[in-house]
Structures are given as structure tokens and as C-alpha cells.
Design a protein around this ligand. Structure first.
Ligand SMILES: *Cc1c(COP(=O)(O)O)cnc(C)c1O
Length: 373
């Protein structure tokens, strides 16, 4: 990027580009694979802060719901007039109950006092609200631990809460406890659902078997037939864990829905070991530095404030090593790079889930959208 006196921009870079065509292709692919197994997909948009221009793609690609942990994203779905149902995936706060009823068609819940408040507010607003009760199967985040209490509460919703529609039950695995969703866990969930169905005398609409980490069971054709709902965020946005950690063939899924570009602001030969008495760095830590002699180093105009975790960024240019960073600078080693890196060059990065999460909520980032495949 040469200097141009006729262009004044406060933020050309860092630039985050969202490829809507690849996003849509990923959603369609997962929706189709799940549909073959009788499973509805809630597309979870919290991983990119529900960026409004990308929400419509979820409707076009056939997601049954657009889901998020943040009500702002669901409000944007409603204000854009999109047709999929909205699902709040973070169990509701008592303080947000009126907004939950207004913006979420359904929510995951685990606390009777909250569902009682939802019933009261839904009655006040003259609407019906869907609830999926969560069972904690050992991951130890949200959900009923006592399953007798869960079955009894489900029966109470059915009998005593005319404005709450008991849509089904669900579980979440692989978040806090790193518990792997497997067939026994899914069967445990189904057996709780069947106890509830026996109590209320009707089938539940949904048995929601989890998030991206439950998708491998669908790909491997092992998912028990009664699981008919998944809530998928990461698998759509960042096709990294499934092929790399799970060793799955996810061939049609794009890994580069998101691209980050950053500008080079300094290039010099410098020592690799700091010179002087080592005290603490800008975040109060005392790192250990390896002395590799004089090497070619460059600085990029972006930092921790933008992406938080340097080890979740992957440079697309070969031979570039990410050395360190502060709030607004990244130091890279370009000694082994075949390309001649110069001030004003723009380097591109692939991103993992945490980087997209942070970058997409950063006011300093130039966010762009493309349809090019
Ligand atoms: C975030 C979240 C999801 C989506 O998780 P991914 O790993 O991004 O697929 C699903 N369900 C709940 C309850 C969540 O909090």
C-alpha cells in the first residue's frame, strides 16, 4: 500500500474480510448433512458477534434457527425481518427477561425461577415463548443435574405455564468439562426426553444434542435417530477443529470464511535478545528470550487489543514467524521469508475461533464483506 495524499483513512488496516459466499456454502453443507440425519440446525452467530450483514446468509442457507448468546444479535435478526426462529443459547438472565420474550422465539433454560418470569412476561406481552430445558450430563456448565427435578419441572411447565411452550430438552458438552459427546451421552439425553414424554403424554419437538463437537457423530453416521437438533457455530465459521483435532474429512467446508490483513510499519535487522537489564514487559510479565543473533524483523500495526491471542493467528505467507506483541504492535520475524517484506506491505492471516470472536467486536477493525469464491 503506497502513500497516497488523496486518501485519508483512519482505519484501512487491520482489515477483517468476511466471505459471505463461503459462509453460506458452509452453512448449506452442514444443514444438508444434518437434514439427511433428520436434524434441524440452529446457526450460532455469537462467534463473529452476529455481524449484521452476515445474518441473512443463515436464512438463505436453510438454518432452522439463528442462535446467539447475546440478545443484541437476535434483535438484529428480528429488525432485519429474517424468517428463521431466534434462539437464545445462553440461559437467560432474570434482568433481561422482557428482552428475551421480545427478541428470542425460544431459549435454553435451566432455572425454574427464570422460566416462571418468562411465563409472566410472555403473558404480559401476549405471546408464546419456546423453552428447551438443559440437562447437565457431566460437562458441568448449564443444566439440571438432578434429572428427577428436571422431569418434574418439565411436567409443571406443561401443566401450569400456558405461555411457555416446552419444545424439548438439550445438553451442552465439550465446553467447561471438555467432555466428548458420544453415543452413550446422547442415549442418556434421549432417555430423559422419553421420561418427560411419558409424563406429559406427547412427543417433544426437539432433542438438542449439542454444538459443533456433536457434529462428528452425524458425519460418522453414529448419531442416535431421536437426536433431531444441533446448535452449530464454530463448525460453520472456522473449519479447523473438525479436520485437525477430530481427524474428520470435512472436504466441502471452507476454512477461510474470515481473513485478517495487517500492514507492515517497520522492517529492520535487529538483535533477537533484548539489550539491557530485563525487567517486565508491557503486560507485567517477564518472558524468556532466545538469542538467535541478528535477524530481519518487522512490525505490524495491530496488537493484543485487536486479536488478544497471538497464537490463534496463522500467517498465509510462508517463512513468517510471530514473535511477540503489545497492545498495538506485533513483532514478526521475516528472516526466512522468501518474499521481500517492505513497509506498507499487507500480510494476510487465517484465523481460529477466538481471533474471529475478538476481531469482530473491535471498533478499530475495518470489516469488509465479499461474495467472491
Ligand atoms: C456457543 C454455544 C453453542 C455453539 O457452539 P459451537 O462450538 O460454536 O458450535 C451451542 N450451544 C450452546 C449452549 C452454546 O453456548
Amino acid at each position: 500500500m503506497p502513500y497516497q495524499s488523496d486518501q485519508e483513512s483512519l482505519r484501512a488496516y487491520p482489515r477483517l474480510t468476511v466471505n459471505l459466499a463461503k459462509l453460506k456454502s458452509n452453512i448449506s453443507s452442514i444443514v444438508r448433512t444434518c437434514a439427511d440425519a433428520g436434524i434441524d440446525v440452529a446457526g450460532v452467530v455469537k462467534g463473529f458477534n452476529g455481524l449484521a450483514p452476515a445474518l441473512g446468509v443463515y436464512e438463505e442457507a436453510g438454518a432452522a434457527q439463528i442462535a446467539s448468546s447475546r440478545l443484541e444479535h437476535l434483535r438484529n435478526v428480528k429488525e432485519a425481518g429474517l424468517a428463521p426462529e431466534t434462539l437464545l443459547v445462553r440461559i437467560a438472565m432474570l434482568s433481561e427477561v422482557p428482552a428475551v420474550i421480545r427478541y428470542a422465539d425460544m431459549s435454553l433454560e435451566s432455572e425454574p425461577v427464570v422460566v416462571e418470569a418468562l411465563e409472566e412476561e410472555a403473558a404480559r406481552q401476549g405471546v408464546s415463548h419456546g423453552v428447551i430445558l438443559m440437562a447437565d450430563l457431566g460437562d458441568l456448565r448449564e443444566g439440571f443435574w438432578d434429572k428427577d427435578e428436571m422431569v418434574a419441572f418439565a411436567a409443571r411447565i406443561e401443566k401450569e405455564m400456558p405461555h411457555i411452550e416446552l419444545l424439548g430438552i438439550g445438553t451442552n458438552l465439550g465446553c467447561y468439562g471438555a467432555i466428548c459427546p458420544d453415543v452413550p451421552k446422547m442415549e442418556e439425553l434421549i432417555s430423559i426426553a422419553e421420561r418427560i414424554e411419558a409424563r406429559i403424554g406427547r412427543p417433544l419437538r426437539y432433542i438438542s444434542g449439542g454444538a459443533t463437537t456433536s457434529y462428528p457423530l452425524v458425519l460418522n453416521k453414529e448419531m442416535p435417530a431421536r437426536i433431531n437438533h444441533l446448535r452449530i457455530g464454530e463448525g460453520i465459521l472456522n473449519n479447523y477443529d473438525l479436520p485437525n483435532l477430530w481427524g474428520l474429512d470435512t472436504a466441502p467446508l471452507y476454512a477461510d470464511v474470515f481473513t485478517l490483513e495487517a500492514e507492515v510499519i517497520e522492517v529492520k535487522n535487529k538483535p533477537t535478545h533484548p539489550v539491557g537489564r530485563i525487567f517486565v514487559d508491557c503486560f507485567g510479565d517477564t518472558p524468556v528470550y532466545e538469542d538467535r543473533g541478528i535477524r530481519r524483523r518487522a512490525l505490524l500495526g495491530m496488537g493484543k487489543l485487536d486479536y488478544t491471542l497471538i497464537d490463534k493467528l496463522y500467517p498465509r505467507t510462508e517463512g513468517i514467524e510471530l514473535v511477540g506483541d503489545s497492545s498495538d504492535h506485533m513483532i514478526i520475524d521475516v528472516e526466512d521469508c522468501k518474499e521481500d517484506i517492505r513497509v506498507g506491505d499487507v500480510l494476510t492471516f487465517d484465523l481460529a475461533y477466538p481471533s474471529v470472536l475478538y476481531l469482530s467486536q473491535d471498533d478499530y477493525i475495518n470489516i469488509q464483506y465479499t461474495d467472491a469464491v
